[in-house]
Design a protein around this ligand. Structure first.
Ligand code: BG6
Length: 489
């Protein structure tokens, strides 16, 4: 592998994300030689920690990744800590001096990644001060900004944040994290579509009846109620992850497989998504909140959640594209917490043959099934295709059979985790798997309309039980269109 040289300045170094995901991801890159001798991390946060303690913390967070203690110690020796209050300007000069020192020490050639993984209200302040306090390297190296979610809470606040960021960084220097874009099978959507004539030739409203995207979670809000209750499933999962998946499924073929071309197509797709008026928003989207069953707690009884909370923990919706490829073919989406199981999948439901010559209504047998291409994203990775075939009984009857490719569990385990891929992409300067501003803006404009309606209508919560697939209204949404969810309990 090519070794990437860079300083990584991490804001929010003690945070949960850093400890659970970022340090292990960096370690993987180190182990494989994507980063090695010429990298250094300045971790910062408001805590008073010295380098030794910080390295202990980093060591602990990566211990389960390897039994090679020497490798881990070498990795940890690249980490430095600076106590930092992001609103105190004088602290930035300490960061700057440290950055300059490490640049020399590790021969980083002026390459800098600023990674902001902290409370969203500080995103803008930090970006502004990075620039104004002279932290950008001004020799030949690169300056890149990585920004965690959430990117605003509606279009207005997202725009404000984006304006702040763009005062300090160019769009091609800003890497907005959506960790779903780092998932193996989400990246595989492009391979499946554009690498296979048999799919892409049929990938339109003439042959596809509907597309279903399911992001189901088994867990509840856990200890994140403070954040989640102010967000809800629509902002937490739909605006970002689901919109990104949908845009990859709906976009036209990019001119080339590179970030600018792919982004251009995703933006076009998102811009042709029909933004609903009040009536459409209330019929095409449904929400849910889980109640109690058996031992499990209702959402309103979770720690930190107000007893009268109207925050949705489930969303299902129907999306319509007003463009030549998709007009008339709905995309149904759903996501929720405390559902039956953790699974993420896409089901592409093809139209049945216009004429079913095998249909023998008198015998009640042999009605053709729709071909369904399922992309299994998690926990299983793979895909399957349902086709109709003749069964081997006497007489002539068709039955659906499944052509399936599932990644074996060893390969699935070895698949690089999203953060490993994404940090590597940042170091390479490849923005393919990050959300560009126009994409984020379009997604908010769509989602804001739903939110607007929900904010004035009183929901009937709770309306689904843990372990189910959400409220009945989610099934009714499809039943109304004479369809049903492919994945059912
Ligand atoms: C995050 C959401 O973006 O994605 C969480 O904030 C959610 O609420 C998580 O649980 C799901 O991610 P994954 O990778 O576990 O499917």
């Amino acid at each position: 592998p090519t070794e990437r040289r860079s300083l990584i300045m991490l804001f929010g170094a003690n945070g949960d994300l850093a400890v659970r995901k970022l340090y292990p991801a960096m370690f993987k890159l180190f182990e494989k030689g994507n980063i090695r001798d010429h990298f250094a991390v300045i971790g910062s946060s408001r805590y008073k920690v010295d380098d030794a303690k910080y390295r202990d913390m980093v060591t602990k967070s990566v211990e389960k990744e390897s039994s090679n203690k020497k490798m881990i110690a070498n990795f940890a020796s690249h980490f430095y800590f600076v106590t930092h209050d992001v609103t105190d300007l004088s602290h930035y000069s300490v960061l700057k001096d440290k950055a300059d020192e490490l640049d020399k020490k590790y021969k980083l050639e002026g390459n800098r990644v600023f990674y902001i993984s902290m409370a969203p209200n500080f995103f803008g302040t930090v970006a502004k001060n990075i620039k104004n306090q002279g932290l950008l390297s001004n020799n030949s190296g690169f300056n890149r900004l990585v920004i965690e979610k959430p990117f605003g809470r509606d279009f207005e606040s997202a725009k404000e944040l984006n304006d702040e960021l763009s005062n300090a960084f160019e769009e091609n220097q800003i890497f907005r994290i959506d960790h779903y874009l780092g998932k193996e099978m989400i990246q595989n959507i492009e391979a499946i579509r554009f690498g296979n004539t048999i799919f892409e030739a049929l990938w339109n409203n003439r042959y596809i009846d509907n597309v279903q995207v399911t992001l189901a979670e088994k867990l509840g809000v856990e200890e994140r109620a403070g954040y989640y209750d102010n967000s809800g499933a629509l902002r937490d999962m739909v605006q970002n992850h689901i919109m990104q998946i949908v845009s990859l499924l709906a976009m036209e073929q990019p001119v080339a497989f590179k970030d600018t071309d792919i982004r251009a197509e995703k933006v076009k797709a998102l811009r042709s998504l029909r933004v609903y008026n009040v009536a459409e928003a209330s019929t095409n989207f449904v929400r849910g909140q889980y109640g109690a069953v058996g031992e499990s707690k209702a959402y309103r009884n979770e720690d930190g959640v107000p007893k009268d909370s109207n925050t949705e923990t489930f969303v299902a919706g129907k999306l319509l594209f007003d463009n030549y490829r998709w007009s008339g073919t709905p995309f149904y989406i759903r996501t929720g917490k405390e559902l039956a199981d953790k699974f993420t999948r896409v089901d592409v439901v093809f139209k049945k043959p216009l004429v079913d010559i095998f249909s023998f209504p008198q015998s009640g047998k042999a009605l053709l099934n729709a071909n369904v291409l399922t992309i299994y994203i998690e926990p299983t990775q793979g895909f399957s295709l349902v086709v109709n075939a003749k069964n081997s009984e006497q007489g002539f009857h068709t039955e659906p059979v499944n052509l399936e490719f599932l990644e074996d569990s060893k390969r699935t385990k070895e698949t690089p985790q999203p953060y490993e891929r994404l940090i590597h992409d940042v170091l390479k300067g490849d923005g393919t798997n990050f959300a560009s501003w126009p994409e984020v803006a379009s997604a908010w404009k769509f989602v804001d309309q739903i939110r607007r309606v929900w904010d004035i209508q009183q929901p009937m919560f709770p309306n689904y039980i843990p372990g189910s697939m959400g409220p009945v209204s989610a099934d009714e949404l499809l039943a109304r269109d004479h369809r049903e969810w492919i994945y059912k309990l």
